[in-house]
Design a protein around this ligand. Structure first.
Ligand code: OAD
Length: 245
């Protein structure tokens, strides 16, 4: 079965790889019921304007509007479960020698599936971050009705996610870049490859000599540089890959 569905050479390459990076995007959580960003009709950015909701300026202008939108997303994510793709990635991480999972997702589903050390490149919905002093605090209650004051400086805390125009957390950036540069294989799973700097990671890895594997429902700008492309839903493809290895 494996040879019928996997591109020739992929399983051997993975078996021989010493260092593996997984880069995931919202497509990994799609089958849990979490909307992606750019899929036509169902993607969040097809229905909402990011500049009104996901920028520091938007929060400054109308903190309650932004808070309400993120509260709705927290609720949505708190009500769903990790899917077989999340569990398969956690199983692969445990099985392969040296791995790093870098996720652009803020939903925390990788952690809930057992990926304890995931690099959350764009932050996490269940935390808050103060834009005045950068203090980060957990935000476990998805129902909190209004942005809380920062315990350190008193400014309103916004959701602990990276907004347009904001920098990636330094430690996340450093870990992801170093791992990609040293990787033997990078798998880009369920991401459109349109948002930098995350979208540059496969190229960083390729320039360091890594093979690039893409798992997606559709072709993306990453497809042309991929050594292996697996077209299909992550929740089917990843468990099949984990089972075949
Ligand atoms: P996008 O919405 O841009 O892309 C989702 C990708 O997942 C697309 O390429 C889909 O074809 C693919 N996809 C959808 N369902 C899938 C499935 N079941 N199996 C496999 N692939 C599937 O989402 P991201 O690439 O994650 O940033 O977007 C990157 C960033 O843009 C997000 O982290 C977010 C957004 O603005 C921030 O919030 C900072």
């Amino acid at each position: 079965m494996a040879s019928a569905i996997f591109p020739a050479g992929l399983l051997d390459a993975l078996r021989q790889a010493g260092r593996v990076v997984f880069l995931t995007g919202s497509g990994v959580s799609a089958e849990s019921g979490v909307p992606t960003f750019r899929d036509a009709l169902t993607g969040l950015w097809a229905r909402f304007r990011p500049e009104e909701l996901a920028t520091p300026e938007a929060f400054q202008r109308d903190p309650q509007l932004v808070w309400d939108w993120y509260r709705e997303r927290r609720r949505q994510v708190a009500a769903v479960l990790p899917n077989p793709a999340h569990y398969a990635i956690a199983a692969l991480e445990a099985r392969l020698p040296e791995t790093l999972l870098v996720t652009q997702n803020v939903d925390g589903l990788h952690r809930r599936a057992g990926s304890a050390d995931a690099v959350e490149f764009h932050g996490n919905l269940f935390s808050n971050r103060c834009r005045a002093c950068d203090h980060v605090a957990p935000q476990p209650d998805p129902e909190l009705a209004a942005p809380p004051p920062c315990p350190l400086c008193g400014a309103l805390m916004g959701p602990g996610v990276v907004w347009f125009g904001e920098a990636i957390p330094a430690l996340a950036l450093e870990r992801a870049w170093r791992a990609a540069g040293e990787a033997d294989i990078i798998l880009a799973i369920g991401t459109s490859g349109l948002v930098t700097p995350a979208a540059a990671l496969p190229d960083v890895a390729r320039q360091g000599g890594a093979l690039v594997v893409e798992v997606n429902l559709h072709p993306t700008p990453l497809s042309a540089q991929a050594d292996f492309v697996m077209t299909g839903p992550a929740a089917l493809t990843l468990p099949a890959l984990a089972a075949a290895l």
